[in-house]
Design a protein around this ligand. Sequence first.
Ligand code: F0G
Length: 451
Amino acid sequence: MNDNLHQLRCFGCGARISGAEAQPDFRCALCGDLFEVEYPGWGQRRGNDRPNPGALKWLWRERRCSSEEIDHSGVWRFRELLPILDSFGNVVTLSEGNTPLYPLPRASRALGIDRLYAKHQGMNPTGSFKDTGMTAAMSVAKERGFEWVACASTGNTSAAMAAYAARAGLRSLVLIPEGKIAWGKLSQAMDYGAVTCQLKADFDGCLRLLTQIVKEAPIYLLNSVNPYRLEGQKTPAFEIAEAFDWNVPDHLIVPGGNLGNSSALGKGFRELHELGLVARMPRISVIQAEGANPLVRSMASNNGSSLEPVEAHTRATAIRIGNPASWRKAARIIQDTGGWCLDVNEAEIAIAKAELGTEGLGCEPASAVTLAGLKKLCAQGKIAASDSVVLVLTGHTLKDADYTIDFHRGTLLKDEEKAGLGAVIEGLQRNAQVVEATPAAVLATLKGSAG
Ligand code: F0G
């Protein structure tokens, strides 16, 4: 079977190359920008390669009842829209995707929005949205005969890469900033057998170094500069559209770090629109942490035409990135869809995460920026009560349990960060208590916590 129908197009200069011609760092040899996967057959209205919308919608739903391993994947279930392999027999999968879309009734009421949902990408096999991209790019690595794969990471990419490499029988190399990633993520890379190097550098420094390494050794780069990662990461857009019965939500809100995910989801919705599967695109907004906000600054000062890197600081370590690789793609998607780009501070992130907790939903701090950002957009009058809004929660709460415990113990935020918010924060804190082992003492504790 030859399923391969793609080519790579430079996002900067438009140069087109075949997949096999890509440089090891996935930068364009002519202008240095990143590539996007494109499928030339889709442009031909009567071409045989152009997918048939009605048939696809039916087929994708049918596959949920299939007994084939590839159909259990919420990425490869949509494989007609990612024909990136010579053979789908090379797919490396851990049954990723098909993640839940939860209504958020408390936040809906508080914000006066009728239809508010969380698409929880933390419910993937390694606990983050990275799995959907990793299954795609790891399958390409395997098909092309690589023995080693590598990434720089704030933790989740490395966890996903190590797991999928183990499934594929490949060796993996992880570069992470020493002391700057959550323990849960580091433990995953160890367990899945990666060679893990903790470097005295930030994420941006780790990625810079890896870019040099892959030019010197036959190692396949699996950061989101690799365009096949984004092909997998576009599929939650298909799941969301399907869940909305092919009427897309009005607004999608995504956290921004290296800015691959917002770009990928935008590509997913754009392709659905261009192929006639949905009638319009949702507005796509990107939220960054205040201390790691280069895209917010770029959009505010020059409408996303250039980006000045920043030295990044935030406790949401997953998005502690000052020089995001995919900023041009993300800026374009925000502009094309009429979305917004804004930042939220450390207290806003911590409060939003605890509020999601009151809905029974855990997530990483980096994911909670979406709710914090939505609250700001509502306060600015940018969201109508009738809008349907989807927050993309990117990581599982157990990835960074230290953050949650510190919040509830009251040791997370500094006094100046909490200024004016003491009552709100105390109302959300639920510290564990040391109680005498008697019924009376436990019942007295219940009384003490009434309300
Ligand atoms: N949320 C989580 C939980 C993440 O791990 C990341 C990125 C993001 C949001 C931001 O996504 O980079 O596509 O804009 N984590 C990467 C990593 C950088 O190495 O795990 P983005």
